[in-house]
Design a protein around this ligand. Structure first.
Ligand SMILES: Cc1cc2nc3c(=O)[nH]c(=O)nc-3n(C[C@H](O)[C@H](O)[C@H](O)COP(=O)(O)OP(=O)(O)OC[C@H]3O[C@@H](n4cnc5c(N)ncnc54)[C@H](O)[C@@H]3O)c2cc1C
Length: 394
């Protein structure tokens, strides 16, 4: 047993040393130390837009090793790393403050759903494309009458033999106007009970009948679209999972979305609050602000606790012991922690932080929507209360 543990530790430290050396040699300076603002992100797609030459190089080098999706199997375009190696890679990437090489709903959401529910053909077709950033995916869940009550979706898919004819609309489609394909919840069995009449379909957005209308936000920007389907076609082979049982796929995917939102925010690459406070107020100024010091200390403790919780979740996932409700808890805690952090950062920097595109301003504007995306935090509380804790309804 001792021997095995020693060998395991040595293997881990070899992997860490090799990974560290490779990252140092291959991550160009222009792909490090970037804020999370959208203009610094690479999203792939049929018409890729690289934020910089360095980020293009960084993406290409990581994709060549399968390290855009390090823990996916090699035969589907992944890096074939185990969970421990993936965690080490993530730590080393964070250590050198490297940007994510590829942002992608395909990686965070659709890929895991395909790995679990996809046919072998679907996996071989779509997963390598996701890993290589060839397709930019949109999420077609929400509708004007189906947000928190997601199973009420009404966009319908009529059975036309070898394909479905799709009519209806989706809303809050993130970057819908920039995406190539959409994974969507479509009502294919209109007479079945609402949770049993939905199919999970993959639809090409580059076809007649798909239109996207940008939704302008109070800030003036338009990250979302309303997405309309008028006699849009998708082949039956594009159903993921069983026809009419898309709700199972949808829920599984939401678990990954929530986990991703909760854990990525806790690992945020933004400047630590204590460093920011010293920079803005100076050492002497900070000494005079007892209340602020306490709030920052409290926040740092909570962030540290959250990082440990995320680490623990990874270990439990690896041991297949993760509770089905872990993603709900992570999403709730991660987004609320981030919300408090962004408020503190703004109170520190005041109006100077409102410079559009600056990391604190971006984070401050993004923190409340993160509490809604992937299912609002009120809904997460309901799920935890009712299903995890089995509390009685009021
Ligand atoms: C940044 C962001 C990105 C998004 N991207 C996408 C995307 O790409 N694709 C997509 O399909 N959707 C997307 N959404 C939509 C998101 O999934 C929905 O906004 C969310 O599920 C809430 O639905 P709703 O907006 O219809 O609000 P509603 O369901 O109308 O809820 C309104 C308010 O009522 C509360 N509420 C509702 N029901 C209950 C209840 N039972 N108990 C307690 N409170 C309740 C909610 O918490 C919320 O505060 C995105 C949203 C955001 C903010």
């Amino acid at each position: 047993m001792m021997m095995a543990t020693t060998v395991e530790a040595e293997t881990k430290s070899d992997f860490r040393a090799e990974t560290r050396a490779w990252l140092e040699a291959n991550c160009p300076p222009g792909a490090r130390d970037l804020s999370q603002a959208p203009e610094n992100s690479f999203w792939g797609g049929r018409h890729p837009v690289y934020p910089s030459a360095d980020q293009k190089l960084w993406f290409e080098r990581m994709a060549a090793r399968g390290w855009t999706v390090p823990d996916w199997p090699v035969e589907y375009g992944g890096g074939g790393l185990d969970k421990t190696q993936s965690a080490i890679l993530a730590q080393e990437v964070k250590r050198i403050k490297a940007a994510s090489p590829l942002q992608s709903l395909g990686i965070w959401m659709l890929g895991p759903a395909l790995l679990k529910f996809g046919t072998e053909e679907q996996k071989r077709k779509y997963l390598p494309e996701i890993a290589q950033g060839k397709i930019r995916w949109a999420q077609g869940y929400s509708e004007p009458g189906a947000g928190s009550d997601l199973a009420s979706v009404q966009t319908r898919g009529e059975d036309k033999g070898d394909h479905f004819l799709i009519n209806g609309s989706k809303i809050w489609t993130s970057s819908g106007d920039k995406c190539d394909m959409i994974f969507a919840l479509i009502r294919t069995e209109p007479d079945a009970p609402k949770h049993l009449g939905i199919s999970f379909l993959l639809i090409d957005m580059d076809q007649p009948g798909v239109t996207t209308h940008p939704i302008k936000l109070i800030s003036g920007s338009a990250h979302f679209t309303a997405t309309f389907f008028d006699d849009v076609i998708t082949a039956k082979e594009n159903i993921v999972g069983t026809r009419g049982r898309g709700w199972d796929v949808a829920k599984y995917l939401l678990g990954h979305e929530r986990q991703m939102i909760g854990s990525s925010l806790s690992n945020s690459t933004v400047e630590p609050l204590d460093a920011m406070a010293r920079r803005v107020l100076g050492e002497e100024g900070l000494k005079r602000e007892a209340g602020l010091r306490q709030a920052i200390a409290q926040h740092l403790i909570e962030t540290w606790t959250m990082d440990i919780a995320v680490e623990r979740m990874r270990d439990m996932g690896q041991a297949r012991q993760m509770s089905a409700f872990t993603p709900n808890v992570l999403k709730l805690l991660g987004t609320e922690l981030n919300y408090r952090r962004s408020e503190l950062a703004m109170s520190l920097g005041g109006v100077d932080h409102l410079v559009e595109g600056s990391p604190p301003a971006y984070n401050w504007l993004q923190a409340p929507p993160n509490c809604i995306a992937g299912g609002s935090n009120e809904v997460q509380l309901n799920i935890i209360a009712k299903r995890a804790l089995e509390l009685p309804e009021a």
